[in-house]
Design a protein around this ligand. Structure first.
Ligand SMILES: Nc1ncnc2c1ncn2[C@@H]1O[C@H](COP(=O)(O)OP(=O)(O)OP(=O)(O)O)[C@@H](O)[C@H]1O
Ligand SMILES: [Mg+2]
Length: 240
């Protein structure tokens, strides 16, 4: 079941455009990603979440296509769940089951494990985070940060080739964040990470700045962060 990935997966976005009604959200986007650690940054509404949704095959494209390791993710859903996992910005949009155990088990059973095999992995994972008593816990009793952690763990358990993280540490306390960062840092899988915190990307190979649905800058995190920060600091209040 586990995907051991020694070389980064190839991701190809070609001529991708997304509209909501008449509003164009992503415009003729072309990106080829072969790096293992890639960050996305940009203002609110610049299209970052929409971009992750097209990479997960969850968002209809007006034109263009997205290939992950050669699979057109929007069309081959069974293959897509092994190749790509997304952690939503809002945990309430991700969680579908009433208890933590059921939520964490679901992805593993989707990958073909039986219930007992899945539960063993879920319990081991919860133990790792000192949360074994969460197994029977009702999701509705968790705080927002705790829900976020459940979403993150559910995808980490599935070990897809590509992890799409949409501001994954929102509301998560510092010790838990550090532990997750260490774990994510140890993974061989490709990670595509959206954050508003430029320092997150210091050790990444590539950072892409999105602005109004197009790529504004793309390159080493240091260079892109400088351009991004300069532009943001030069905004007048009237532009916001
Ligand atoms: N279902 C929808 N219907 C209409 N417009 C939408 C819909 N979903 C997103 N949008 C619009 O698409 C644009 C891009 O949204 P997106 O969520 O991708 O931005 P983002 O860069 O992730 O922003 P943030 O940093 O706030 O998370 C925004 O202007 C948003 O209002
Ligand atoms: Mg977003």
């Amino acid at each position: 079941m586990e995907v051991s990935q020694n070389k980064p997966v190839e991701i190809e976005i070609s001529s991708a455009s997304v509209f909501y009604g008449k509003e164009r959200i992503l415009e003729n986007l072309n990106l080829s990603i072969k790096e293992q650690r890639v960050g996305f940054i940009g203002r609110n509404g610049s299209g970052k979440t929409t971009l992750l949704r097209i990479l997960a095959g969850l968002q209809e494209l007006h034109n263009g296509k997205v290939l992950i390791d050669g699979t057109e993710v929007a069309k081959k859903r069974n293959e897509a769940i092994r190749k790509v996992g997304i952690i939503f910005q809002n945990p309430d949009h991700q969680i579908i089951f009433p208890t933590v155990g059921e939520e964490l088990r679901f992805g593993l059973t989707q990958l073909g494990l039986n219930r007992n095999e899945a539960d063993l992995k879920v319990i081991a994972c919860l133990k790792e985070y000192d949360k074994v008593n969460w197994f029977e816990r009702s999701i509705s009793t968790l705080s927002q940060g705790q829900k976020h952690l459940v979403c993150l763990l559910s995808i980490l358990l599935m070990k897809p080739m590509v992890l799409l993280l949409d501001e994954p540490f929102t509301g998560i306390d510092i010790p838990t964040q550090r532990k997750l960062e260490r774990y994510l840092g140890s993974l061989k899988q490709t990670i595509i990470h959206v954050s508003h915190v430029p320092e997150t990307f210091e050790n990444y190979q590539r950072l892409i700045w999105m602005d109004e649905g197009v790529v504004k800058a793309d390159g080493p995190p240091k260079t892109v962060t400088k351009k991004y920060k300069d532009a943001m600091n030069n905004y007048n209040e009237k532009n916001i």
